[in-house]
Design a protein around this ligand. Structure first.
Ligand code: ZN
Length: 434
């Protein structure tokens, strides 16, 4: 994952254009991603697909002809979506188009101007301080023309048409945590799930933020009914704790699965309520769409100083943190895959476990009691109304031990899967474990 981030880091991405295409083509080496192109001017709900932006070079040269601001050194130096410029001007005029980050001498801010035609350069405070009051040659060798919005989609078939949506944004230039970390984890999830048994189908979207999600949703309304769970992945590589942001509905299966997995992960974490701000969970969670899509991140965007600056670089993301985020994501999907509802076939008093070889079957191991406890919980609560996740939550036991208990009990003819049963949405109807 870290190597993929290193490979993608230098590319100047935006919400449209060749940098975005190049990024998606690099991902095609890892997974069979399909590239989709949507024409400029296409109406997508209340929005319009913008003109396509491409940039070759940009600089500000001083009187000596030296590049004092150079796009080749960092693509963050140009305000993303700047219109082309080729002029000479005095510092006073240029100054209105220069953006710095007060308080961080060496950092370059990341700025965009997607929906208003303008231009600008971003630079460090230090660079600005060195600029003399003289005439400068300003060049932004870019085009803003009719073209396409590009996004990547990978659909991995499962045993059913029910889908899990995994979405990440791919529109930021050289920024690692915000953008590339989510892409890297999503690609790895796809690669793992490719060779795993799957009840659900998985749909991976690699889309430009906001406009990409809006475009996909407006063109795929017929598919929304199949999406049973979803996860937006972004900002998962920094050193901060994991944060799961709940879906708009707030108590969906993925919200509960994520909370359960994080609780039992032993890692510091936080669960956030939904808010109509952040990444594309806003679009998935708009009232007319209202999909059960949560978000997994580490330190929330906007709350760390490196956010949207050149300091969100390769040194800001960590391979082990990406690995943890991948493991937690896969665990969440594993809970969803295995969350089934059973009926106890011997419901009148407890079945005799000993005569079936189920008593102390784990033979003296320290978790023998725990396994028996899991079996007792599964037997007691499997009345066709409680799912295994309901039982895990109600008992305080780890989902995996509940799942294993159910599997053993099923093998011994004590449980039957209840495929037509609808688990109670509010979870287990029993008192909290004291
Ligand atoms: Zn961002």
């Amino acid at each position: 994952m870290f190597r993929l981030i290193e490979e993608l880091y230098p590319i100047c991405r935006s919400i449209t254009g060749d940098g975005l295409r190049e990024t998606l083509r690099l991902l095609q080496r890892q997974i069979p991603l399909e590239l989709r192109e949507v024409r400029t001017g296409t109406q997508v709900f209340d929005w319009t697909v913008p003109k396509e932006w491409n940039i070759r070079d940009a600089y500000v040269k001083n009187a000596k002809g030296e590049r004092v601001i150079d796009f080749r050194k960092s693509n963050l130096h140009v305000v993303n979506y700047s219109v082309p410029v080729r002029r000479r001007m005095a510092l006073a005029e240029l100054r209105e188009h220069l953006f710095t980050l007060p308080g961080h001498q060496d950092w370059i801010p990341y700025r965009t101007s997607y929906y208003e035609e303008s231009w600008g350069f971003c630079l460090s405070e230090k660079q600005l301080a060195e600029m003399k009051d003289e005439e400068y040659e300003v060049c932004i060798d870019a085009t803003l023309e009719n073209g396409h919005l590009t996004y990547g989609e990978y659909f991995l078939h499962g045993d059913t048409r029910d889908e899990v949506l995994i979405s990440c944004h791919v529109c930021h230039p050289s920024l690692c945590n915000d953008n590339l970390s989510g892409i890297a984890v999503a690609v790895s999830i796809a690669r793992v799930l490719q060779s795993a048994p799957r009840r659900y189908s998985y749909r991976f979207l690699f889309i430009p933020g906001t406009i990409g999600a809006i475009t996909w949703l407006s063109k795929n309304e017929d598919k929304l009914g199949n999406i049973k769970h979803g996860l937006v992945l972004t900002g998962v590589g920094d050193a901060g704790r994991l944060h799961y942001k709940k879906s708009r509905r707030g108590a969906t299966e993925i919200d509960r699965a994520a909370a359960h997995v994080l609780k039992h992960s032993g890692q510091r974490h936080e669960i956030l309520e939904f808010s109509p701000y952040g990444y594309d969970e806003r679009q998935y969670g708009s009232p007319g769409i209202n999909l059960p899509v949560g978000r997994l991140s580490r330190t929330p965007h906007g709350t760390f100083p490196e956010y949207h600056t050149s300091a969100d670089n390769l040194g800001f993301v960590h391979a082990d943190k990406l690995g943890e985020a991948l493991a937690v994501s896969l665990e969440i999907f594993s809970v969803l895959e295995n969350n089934r509802t059973f009926v106890n076939l011997n419901p009148k008093c407890e079945p005799q476990l000993g005569k079936r070889g189920l008593y102390r079957m784990v033979g003296g191991a320290a978790d023998a009691g725990l396994s028996e406890m899991a079996m007792l919980w599964v037997l007691n609560q499997s009345d066709g109304k409680n799912s295994l996740l309901d039982i895990a939550e109600g008992s305080g036991l780890w989902f995996e031990s509940i799942r294993q208990a159910a599997s053993v009990l099923q093998e011994h003819g004590l449980l039957r899967e209840c495929s037509g049963c609808v688990p109670s949405a509010a979870g287990l109807k029993l008192g909290k474990k004291s």
